[in-house]
Design a protein around this ligand. Structure first.
Ligand code: HEC
Ligand code: HEC
Length: 506
């Protein structure tokens, strides 16, 4: 019996009735592993199974003020977390499955470096309450960056695309000889140029759109890793697994063995092995195996015409230069392997156990799915380029980027670069739009494009009103479909429909 069932003790209140024994993840059918991962993603963790973290912060480090553990009134905190009962508590839109969330599910990213964020001026120990690392008092705007919950639909295909791009870029890097500069290009996406100087130093100053975490310093004797980090809107995280190890601890105080050790209890809640390696694999496969969004286009000639026009305009005014409508996953990239070969330490890495392979095109996973075409390519229609861009206003009066903080000089400068937002599922997977979730409409998002996207936004504004409306109309039909829908392009009754419509081809 691979599943280690928790004894059903009368009166005991636990949410995860079963945990997977390490090794058992390899013996389960795909549908079973996915279902167990869903149970863990949806579980409402209690303090009878390790929920909460009295002695550790959301960063995993010990709390600053050990005499004030995070228990009782301090066991939850909306800003510094634990801030939710389950992953699903935030990732639930639409249909209660793992999309993004309402504004109320925003996370105050970096708030987790505080024990218990408070605005009580009497609380003066740095990062234990109201003051930051420099001893400055904190306000809601300065102690954390507000981020909207993002959608996880199609996550497996996205992570595999990111891995393939990394492999391509690293392969180019390997061919660069001293004194040479090469363009970093993968799947038609340009990531700038990489140079190896005659003296053998790597110059990554002309590399574009890749997280600084993957570049090291720009003049270095060791080569930049060039790892594409598809997760976190600021491109910080390599894999669903790494994200899960972080999130279980930060949001729920559930500590995984691969991050925190076997038979240890660093958070001092009296529980060890709160999340096994096999559990983390299951919850990763659950996220990777989620269905992909589709198009819901009503059978209405006027709407059909608007969508056709909007799609063409999206190309014509170069929205598609960043929001690349579709990218090819070739070389059997739809076979998702776990762990990710680029995982950083403290996350399961290749070679530490058997690699698990999952066919993302399998019908054991929820529909709709992307399947390879006749030439062995899965086309992933996510509308992104996996690149970081600065599309902020130079002097932004609006809080487009709520990153001003007094934590450190770097932090104070703020982050202006975000990954090109995926637009599949745009209309219903994330009701709180943009990285901060402050926008309630797609139009507001489009009008907020500046910086690198300024010309494109001006082109949008220069369109006649009817064409602007058509473009928004096109984006309105990029939706997550009700569970069980098999086809990706459906009408208002979620029945398969032809697209483009027959009348438009005449
Ligand atoms: C309190 C709300 C909240 C909870 C609870 C939560 N998340 Fe998230 N999640 C977010 C937000 C907000 C982001 C976007 C973070 C960012 O971009 O800075 C996010 C992003 C992610 C991402 C990356 C997606 C992307 O588009 O970059 C993954 C993966 C993820 N969460 C998994 C989980 C898992 C697994 C759990 C449960 C252990 C969980 N989340 C619990 C709010 C939450
Ligand atoms: C230079 C690259 C670039 C171009 C060109 C561009 N975008 Fe974006 N887009 C981004 C980035 C980056 C984000 C994420 C911004 C953030 O959250 O701070 C984004 C976000 C969005 C969002 C918000 C999605 C959400 O729900 O949060 C929409 C909608 C959008 N873009 C549509 C468009 C349209 C329409 C055009 C053409 C008029 C366009 N974009 C052109 C890079 C670009």
């Amino acid at each position: 019996m691979p599943v280690q069932a928790t004894q059903n003790v009368i009166g005991k209140e636990v949410s995860a009735l079963s945990h997977l024994k390490d090794g058992s993840e390899f013996g389960l059918p795909l549908g079973g592993l996915f279902a167990l991962g869903k149970l863990l993603f949806d579980a409402n963790w209690t303090d009878q199974e390790g929920g909460g973290r009295p002695l550790t912060k959301g960063t995993g480090r010990p709390i600053s003020n050990g005499s004030a553990p995070l228990t009782g009134n301090r066991s939850f905190n909306r800003i510094s977390a634990p801030d939710a009962n389950s992953c699903m508590g935030c990732h639930n839109s639409p249909y209660g499955i793992s999309g993004g969330g309402d504004f109320v599910t925003n996370v105050f990213v970096l708030g987790q470096r505080f024990d218990f964020a408070t605005f009580d001026p009497a609380d003066k120990t740095p990062t234990s309450g109201s003051t930051d690392e420099t001893g400055q008092p904190s306000s809601l705007d300065t102690l954390a960056n507000m981020r909207a919950s993002t959608s996880l639909f199609g996550a497996g295909y996205l992570e595999m695309l990111a891995r393939q791009i990394t492999e391509d870029l690293q392969a180019i890097r390997c061919t660069i000889k001293p004194g040479e500069t090469k363009d970093l290009v993968s799947k038609g996406i340009h990531f700038g140029k990489l140079t190896l100087t005659k003296t053998g130093l790597w110059d990554a100053s002309k590399v574009e759109g890749i997280s600084r975490l993957s570049l090291l310093s720009s003049m270095s004797a060791s080569p930049p890793t060039l790892v594409i980090r598809p997760w976190h809107q600021a491109s910080n995280v390599v894999s669903l697994r790494e994200f899960s190890n972080n999130a279980f601890n930060q949001h729920h105080g559930i500590q995984s063995t691969e991050r925190f050790g076997i038979d240890t209890d660093p958070d001092g809640d009296g529980f060890t092995n709160e999340m096994t390696r096999a559990d983390v694999t299951a919850v990763t496969i659950y996220q990777a195996g989620l269905q992909v969004p589709g198009h819901v286009i009503p059978r209405d000639r006027e709407i059909e015409q608007a969508v056709l026009t909007g799609e063409k305009l999206f190309q014509r005014i170069a929205c598609a230069s960043c929001h690349i409508p579709r990218l090819p996953l070739d070389k059997q990239g739809w076979i998702f392997s776990e762990p990710n070969p680029f995982n950083p330490p403290t996350n399961l890495r290749v070679g530490e156990t058997t690699t698990l392979k999952v066919d993302l095109s399998s019908d054991e996973l929820p529909a709709p799915r992307l399947k390879p075409d006749a030439s062995g390519v899965v086309w992933v229609e996510a509308f992104t380029d996996f690149k970081l861009h600065d599309i902020c206003e130079p002097q932004n009066a609006e809080p487009l980027d709520m990153n001003q903080s007094v934590w450190s000089k770097k932090f104070r400068e703020g982050n202006r670069r975000f990954l090109t937002k995926r637009l599949w599922g745009e209309a219903n997977a994330q009701p709180a739009h943009f990285h901060h979730g402050l926008f309630t409409t797609i139009r507001r998002c489009v009008l907020a494009h500046a910086g690198e996207a300024l010309k494109t936004r001006e082109a949008f504004q220069a369109l006649p009103a009817g064409e602007q409306d058509a473009l928004i109309e096109f984006l309105k039909y990029l939706q997550v479909l009700p569970p069980g829908t098999k086809d990706r392009i459906v009408d208002e009754k979620f029945q398969a429909r032809e697209w483009p419509p027959a009348w438009s081809k005449k």
